[in-house]
Design a protein around this ligand. Sequence first.
Ligand code: PLP
Length: 223
Amino acid sequence: MIDIDKNYQLIKEEILKSQTKEDVIIIGVSKYVSDETVKKAIELGINNFGENRVDNYLRRKKLFPNVVWHLIGTLQTRKVKDVINEVDYFHALDRLKLAEKINKRADRIINCFLQVNVSEEKTKHGIKIEEVNEFLGTIKNYSKLKIVGLMTMAPNTDDENIIKNYFKKLKELQLNIKLKKLSYAPCEYLSMGMSNDYNIALRTGTTHIRIGTSLLGNDINNN
Ligand SMILES: *Cc1c(COP(=O)(O)O)cnc(C)c1O
């Protein structure tokens, strides 16, 4: 039996130990666990959750409407209409076509993180670092989009220094955008750090960590 409370306390201790100046939001990524486990986590005080697939996202949000829900996975353009108005935060805005579609289908302002492919691995989604400013310029008239932050996935490596360097680069970019005080892109947040690398992310100034296995465990095998 996984001890979610113990994991939760440990992650909170790591946040304190990292001496980060940021208020860090812990997102419990629930894609590997049952409804029962989500319920237990909510009872323990976890109040931000993430799902990466549209069908699971919608089901869980309906089941547990009193917590904050983050859609963290790649979104196919044709599924935008099914989910976008149910999204509290969307972490994977990674292309112009998707931005256009969200702007068209949204009934209200949607909080989005731009997904940035810092390591430029072919297998990863996201906008390249040097293309971010141009992207922001293009979407600035999309009135339904609010770019609240940047998101990234760490590269596939065990080398902590490489991961740290990528995280630092994204922090720098986030601060640069934030300083511009753009109304459509306040960019106050940074979504980086998962089970295996959240400690590095905490030490490089992340504001949101997305943790599945190390917080909630893995009690279903549908993914
Ligand atoms: C699954 C997933 C996570 C969490 O993964 P763990 O390694 O289990 O913490 C975080 N972010 C995204 C985008 C994911 O798909």
